[in-house]
Design a protein around this ligand. Structure first.
Ligand code: FMN
Length: 379
């Protein structure tokens, strides 16, 4: 097999291995995908300042995230339906992250449940919460994440209503899902994927099925979920959730300076500058364009994390230089998962790590803490 030298290589293999509906579910963004494209384009525009004849021996990309040691300033982002990229995808990705020494986040919309993952991995992971109208369910979900010893709760606040993704509708990823002849023919050409999913612990949303009465099949589940996102969600609810959780809270989906100040005022441990990977408000600015503004506005009381468009160690370096303490990887690791399961995720992390290390060397930096605006080229 040709060596996988970059994230794009993993993406190409995932494209061949994963059925089109699920691959495009990952690829796509909301509406005209302007914000999705801006996330990448704006990152690429940032040029790095090359420095020479600086002693960069003994470099290290290690850091701490929320006070815990991490092998690099990266965590795996919450991604719904990981188990549809590869059977047991959540468990495999979590294992790869833990072996690499970085945090993994399990989505509310995962296929494997909190308990499935907790029972299959050695260390604590982060749990991501979508707040549903059914607050009793949310109370239980938080209690389950606590019982599973999750070490942080990511509260996602940018999905009170769903940004329409044209590709999902065209591919039958609707409520209820529509399995068309074209989907079946496509799946028939991906036997390795089909086998892995068939062998997986679960086929539907593991955190929800069996926990709400009458929600056992895909149709009832998707209908319940689509009616449950709560447009009334507000800062008061954040207080309620923080109180229930009692541990480290990360608020994800901040793209505005005023919202960032509000997030810091809640006492949350961290916020994630994010536009949900361009999947929600189309026409919103890229995440990277908002990062320095938010970083400048906040003091050191809250850790600033970033996601949106990271496909390389160079991108990770750009975000660190503009004020992120750590970043979340979304699609980059999902391509690895679709391409090759656990080793694919491990390879994605390794690629980004190696690229970050070389970027540090060529910009004259030895430690993650040193990376800053001075490493951006004035062009
Ligand atoms: C397929 C897919 C599913 C996602 N599911 C969730 C989710 O369940 N919860 C959440 O908070 N964010 C979710 N996100 C957003 C990611 O956590 C992250 O913000 C985004 O992927 C970052 O952009 P990137 O993919 O360009 O790295 C999802 C993103 C993708 C691509």
């Amino acid at each position: 097999m040709t060596p996988m030298t970059c994230i794009e290589d993993l993406r190409q293999v995932a494209r061949r291995k994963v059925p089109r509906a699920f691959f495009e579910y990952v690829e796509g963004g909301a509406y005209a995908e302007e914000t999705l494209r801006a996330n990448r384009a704006d990152l690429e525009r940032i040029k790095l300042r090359q420095r020479v004849l600086v002693d960069v021996g003994g470099r290290s990309a290690t850091t701490t995230i929320l006070g815990e040691p991490a092998a690099l300033p990266l965590a795996l982002a919450p991604i719904g339906l990981c188990g549809m990229q590869h059977g047991d995808g959540e468990i495999l990705a979590c294992r790869a992250a833990q072996t690499a020494g970085i945090p993994f986040t399990l989505s509310t919309m995962s296929i494997c449940s909190i308990e499935d993952v907790a029972g299959a991995v050695g260390k604590p992971f982060w749990f991501q919460l979508y707040v549903m109208k059914d607050r009793g369910f949310i109370r239980d979900l938080i209690a389950r994440a606590k019982a599973a010893k999750c070490s942080a709760l990511i509260l996602t606040v940018d999905l009170q209503v769903l940004g329409q993704r044209h590709r999902d509708i065209k591919n039958g990823m609707t409520v209820p899902p529509q399995l068309r002849l074209s989907n079946l023919i496509d799946i028939a050409t991906k036997p390795a994927w089909a086998l892995s999913v068939l062998r997986g612990k679960r086929k539907i949303f593991g955190n929800i099925a069996g926990h709400i009465k009458g929600m056992e099949n895909v149709n009832s589940l998707t209908q319940w979920i689509s009616g449950q996102f709560d447009p009334a969600l507000n800062w008061k609810d954040v207080e309620w959730i923080a109180g229930l959780w009692g541990g480290k809270l990360i608020i994800k989906g901040i793209l505005d300076v005023e919202d960032a100040r509000n997030a810091a005022a809640t006492g949350a441990a961290a916020l994630v500058v994010s536009n949900h990977g361009g999947r929600q408000l189309d026409g919103a600015p890229s995440s990277i364009s908002m990062l320095p503004k938010i970083a400048d506005a906040l003091g050191s009381g809250i850790e600033i994390m970033f996601d949106g468009g990271i496909r390389s160690g160079q991108d990770l370096f750009r975000a660190l230089a503009l004020g992120a303490r750590a970043c979340l990887s979304g699609r980059a690791y999902i391509y690895g998962l679709g391409a090759a399961g656990e080793p694919g995720v491990a390879r994605a992390i390794e690629i980004i790590k190696n690229e970050l290390d070389v970027t540090m060397a060529l910009t004259g930096v030895k430690t993650v803490a040193e990376i800053g605006r001075q490493n951006i080229a004035a062009v």
